[in-house]
Design a protein around this ligand. Structure first.
Ligand code: NDP
Length: 244
C-alpha cells in the first residue's frame, strides 16, 4: 500500500462508485473529503474510514450549485491544507425514451452530470494552478462512446464530460493531470432513479452482469498512483462478460 497522502475531494461519495473510491483511496493513505446530499451516509462512511485508520471528512454537497461546489473545494483546503485531486463522480441516470418527454429528468441529468462537473472544474482549477499541480478525475461511462435507446440524454451528458475532459487535458499546461474513467455496468444505486417503467424493466436484464464498485475505485487509484509526469487520460472498465 502506498502512503502518498494526497488530498482528494470526491463528489457523490454517499453510495456506489464514490463510496468505494473513498474507501480505497483512504486505505491507500490519501486524505479524503466526501460530498453528497445524504449526509447521514457520509457521516457513517467517515466513521468507518477513521475507525480503520484512514483520514476522512465530509460536507453536504449539491453539485448543481456552483457556490456549494466552491465551498466544498474550499473545505478540502481548510481541512487538509490543499486540494490535489478532485473526483467528479456525482451522477444520475433516469433513463426514458425521448417521446416520454420527461423534460425535468433531462434537465436534472444536464444539471448534475454536466454542470456539476463544470462546477467542480471551476472550483478546483484556480487552486491547482496556484499550487502548480493537480489532478481532475471525471467519471463518464461506456455511454460516453455509444448511444442506446432510452439513454439519449444520459449518453449525451457523458459525451459532454468526455469532450470537456479532453479539452481540459489539452489546456493542462503541464501541471494538471486529467483522467476520464468510463465504467461499464457497475453495482450501485444508479438505476434507482429510473422512473420510466419500461426503461426500468429493461435495465434489470442489462444490469444483471455488473462489476463491483471497487473495480472502478481500483482504476482511479491506479491513475492517482502514477508519477507526476504520467497522465492516465482514459480508462474504460467493463465486466468481462459484457458485450456493450
Ligand atoms: P449511485 O447512484 O450509487 O451514486 C451516485 C452518487 O451521486 C450518490 O452519491 C449521490 O449522492 C450523488 N449525487 C446525485 N445527485 C447529486 C447532487 N445533485 N449533488 C451531489 N451529489 C449527487 O451511482 P454510481 O455510483 O453508479 O454513480 C457514480 C458515477 O458513475 C455517475 O457519474 C454515473 O453516471 C457513473 N457511471 C455508473 C455506472 C454504473 O453502472 N453504476 C456506469 C457508468 C457510469 P446523494 O444522492 O446523497 O446526493
Amino acid at each position: 500500500m502506498t502512503q502518498t497522502g494526497k488530498v482528494v475531494a470526491i463528489t457523490g461519495a454517499s453510495s456506489g462508485i464514490g463510496e468505494a473510491t473513498a474507501r480505497r483511496l483512504a486505505a491507500d493513505g490519501h486524505r479524503v473529503l466526501l460530498g453528497a446530499r445524504r449526509t447521514d451516509r457520509l457521516e457513517g462512511l467517515v466513521e468507518q474510514i477513521v475507525a480503520e485508520g484512514g483520514t476522512a471528512a465530509f460536507r453536504a454537497l449539491d453539485v448543481t450549485d456552483a457556490q456549494d461546489v466552491r465551498a466544498f473545494v474550499d473545505a478540502a483546503r481548510a481541512e487538509f491544507g490543499r486540494i490535489d485531486v478532485l473526483v467528479n463522480n456525482a451522477g444520475v441516470m433516469p433513463l426514458s425514451p425521448l417521446e416520454a418527454l420527461k423534460t425535468e429528468e433531462w434537465d436534472r441529468m444536464i444539471d448534475v452530470n454536466v454542470r456539476g462537473v463544470l462546477h467542480g472544474i471551476a472550483a478546483a482549477l484556480p487552486a491547482m494552478r496556484a499550487q502548480g499541480a493537480g489532478h481532475i478525475v471525471n467519471i463518464a461511462s461506456v455511454g460516453a462512446y455509444e448511444v442506446s435507446p432510452t439513454a439519449a440524454v444520459y449518453c449525451a451528458t457523458k459525451f459532454v464530460v468526455r469532450a470537456i475532459s479532453e479539452g481540459l487535458r489539452q489546456e493542462s499546461g503541464g501541471d494538471l493531470r486529467v483522467t476520464l474513467v468510463s465504467p461499464g455496468v457497475t453495482e450501485s444505486e444508479l438505476a434507482d432513479s429510473i422512473s420510466d417503467p419500461a426503461a426500468r424493466e429493461a435495465m434489470k436484464a442489462y444490469r444483471a452482469v455488473a462489476l463491483p464498485a471497487s473495480a472502478i475505485a481500483d482504476a482511479i487509484a491506479y491513475a492517482l498512483s502514477q508519477p507526476p509526469g504520467v497522465d492516465v487520460n482514459e480508462v474504460i472498465v467493463r465486466p468481462t462478460a459484457s458485450a456493450q
